[in-house]
Design a protein around this ligand. Structure first.
Ligand SMILES: Cc1cc2nc3c(=O)[nH]c(=O)nc-3n(C[C@H](O)[C@H](O)[C@H](O)COP(=O)(O)OP(=O)(O)OC[C@H]3O[C@@H](n4cnc5c(N)ncnc54)[C@H](O)[C@@H]3O)c2cc1C
Length: 416
């Protein structure tokens, strides 16, 4: 079913009885060409681009819960391509370009909103770092504008410019950054992948990887064995658990990251803003709630709920830049399990086990990467070669010393 304004009008006249389910509920087949483990944004995007770009549709996406139950439906919806290192920036810029055509490509309203993202800086050294980052972004074809204090003040006059501890000196502005409604991304990809013949198997947990003579031949699931020529793992916060089924240890720790939504307010924040002297980022949803988050909780866990000290830290960050946020009440909050890699950058790679592929290590920034991650993973699975913008996302980069240490903080997930 193709969605359009006319369709909404026609359905309205006929009692909205003609809408169809977005995807089927098929039973698993005995075997597939490719089985994707994990029905998050990245897994579903991979399935869609495999079918659309490479005409491979004998594919199943195996999801232990329901579509959207993982981080794809738990994040703070921010998209941007303001990275600096050559291993990262072209990849995130490809993702930004795919977001720009996302709704037309998928015929799905995902509320892509390029409302801009402003990274605040608070001292001269940080400003110099942002100038360097902005230049690197422009060299990779992205947009970046350096703003001074007065320009920021014009945009957000209610920020605390007088703070003696973290005075706001300016910001790096990426106009094309913004937000996208997160669960609509999962639903949009699921709907289109299904339409192209992909089987989406919900409530089907992968309990084992079937290895024969060192080759991955399929998966064991709560609904039985499924054979596959290739198995593509894409489970974000469960990366360590699933890869250990093949006896592999990945350089990833699982941590909790929380998100918060305030009660609805009148329009106050036109774009996304990030604090430069701590971990805090905020935007305002179309319903009026301030959507914000901060640092990871700082202990390893697979639980999808957070702890109170992190709440205090996030709210402190918010108070430091916009004290009036203290008058807004938090309406709801939740946690997601994020896959923190040791240099803060992801992996899209083959493993040493034939037929087994891995995509993970997205830390707390993988939502913005969803389209490019799916595209590049599909490219790797279909051609056996990494996509040109994802050549650095290798599993062996720590062995060879080619880390992509965007923040220069080393192997400390809590600092990335
Ligand atoms: C609170 C929070 C805020 C965030 N904010 C942002 C942001 O503003 N911008 C941004 O770019 N990124 C953000 N992120 C990060 C982003 O959400 C993730 O990096 C990204 O969603 C991960 O990829 P995914 O969508 O494929 O993961 P998921 O949606 O988690 O998908 C993985 C799936 O694998 C499934 N799975 C796990 N184990 C198994 C198994 N054994 N068998 C079958 N299925 C299994 C899970 O159920 C899950 O559905 C945030 C994350 C959180 C938690």
């Amino acid at each position: 079913m193709r969605y359009s304004g006319f369709k909404i009008f026609a359905q309205g006249l006929t009692g909205n009885k003609g809408w169809k389910a977005n995807w089927r509920q098929p039973e698993p087949k005995d075997s597939y060409d490719i089985v994707i483990v994990g029905g998050g944004g990245h897994g579903l995007a991979t399935a869609y681009y495999l079918a659309k770009e490479f005409s491979i549709n004998n594919v199943a996406v195996v999801e232990k819960g329901w579509i959207g139950s993982g981080n794809v439906g738990r994040n703070t919806t921010i998209i941007r391509s303001n990275y600096m290192l050559p291993g990262n920036e072209p990849f995130y810029e490809l993702s930004m370009k795919l977001w720009e055509g996302f709704e037309q490509d998928l015929n799905y309203n995902a509320m892509v909103s390029q409302r801009g993202i402003l990274n605040l800086y608070h001292n001269d050294a940080q400003r110099d770092g942002f100038i360097r980052r902005g230049n690197a972004m422009q060299l990779a074809g992205a947009d970046a504008i350096l703003m001074g204090r007065d320009e920021v003040k014009e945009m957000y006059p209610f920020f605390d410019f007088q703070s003696s501890r973290f005075p706001i000196r300016g910001g790096l502005w990426q106009k094309r950054g913004g937000t996208v409604r997160h669960d609509a991304v999962a639903w949009g990809y699921a709907r289109k992948a299904d339409e192209l013949g992909v089987d989406i198997l919900q409530n089907c947990e992968v309990t084992g990887l079937r290895l024969e003579d060192g080759v991955c031949k399929g998966i064991e699931t709560s609904k039985g064995t499924i054979m596959a020529k290739n198995v593509a793992v894409c489970v974000a916060g469960s990366s360590g658990r699933v890869m250990s089924m093949a006896g592999l240890r990945v350089p990833i720790e699982s941590h909790i990251l929380q998100a918060f939504v305030s009660e609805g307010l009148k329009p106050v924040l036109s774009g996304v803003v990030t604090f430069g002297a701590g971990h805090f980022y905020v935007s305002q949803s179309d319903k009026g709630g301030l959507v914000f988050g901060g640092d990871i909780d700082g202990y390893n866990s697979y639980a999808q709920r957070g702890n109170l000290p992190a709440v205090e830290d996030v709210c402190e960050g918010g108070m430091a830049i916009m004290p009036m946020i203290g008058r807004a009440r938090i309406l709801r909050m939740w946690g997601g399990t994020v896959d923190m890699s040791m240099d803060g950058s992801p992996f899209i790679d083959k493993t040493d086990i034939q037929g087994l592929y891995f995509n993970g290590g997205w830390c707390y920034g993988g939502f913005k990467a969803t389209p490019a991650s799916g595209w590049c993973y599909a490219h790797l699975l279909a051609t056996g070669r990494p996509h040109e913008v994802a050549t650095e996302f290798r599993l062996d980069r720590f062995r060879h010393g080619h880390m992509i240490d965007e923040k220069g903080v080393g192997a400390q997930p809590n600092l990335h």
